[in-house]
Design a protein around this ligand. Structure first.
Ligand SMILES: [Zn+2]
Length: 108
């Protein structure tokens, strides 16, 4: 009778001590490369500031419907500015149809 080598020692591979320093070396060099690249990037940015090119011009458009509060129609789920919505109590609707449907159907 032969014991199948399914459990236990197959080849004696248990945490090779020779691969651990190699891994650490890899991590070390990766870290070193990362630090070096960051340092070079920082030095490059401070050495060559972007003085050319036009300055960023802010958009001079009049904010018409941007600062408006948006309300949501509970019937169709449409979001629209408060000034354009039909108000009924605490609810806002996009149209009279939605308002009527809301009033007719209630909350159900
Ligand atoms: Zn609606």
């Amino acid at each position: 009778m032969e014991n199948s080598p399914a459990s236990g020692t197959l080849n004696g591979h248990r945490g090779d001590p020779t691969t651990l320093p190699g891994l650490f070396r890899l991590i070390f060099f990766t870290l070193l490369a990362w630090i070096a690249s960051r340092f070079l990037l920082k030095a490059f940015r401070t050495a060559a500031p972007r003085s050319q090119g036009p300055p960023p011009v802010p958009p001079q458009e009049s904010p018409r419907e941007i600062s408006e509060r948006l309300v949501r129609d509970p019937v169709c789920g449409l979001a629209l500015p408060e000034s354009r919505a039909l108000q009924h109590g605490d609810a806002f609707f996009c149209s009279a149809e939605c308002r009527d449907r809301f009033l007719a159907g209630g909350q159900g």
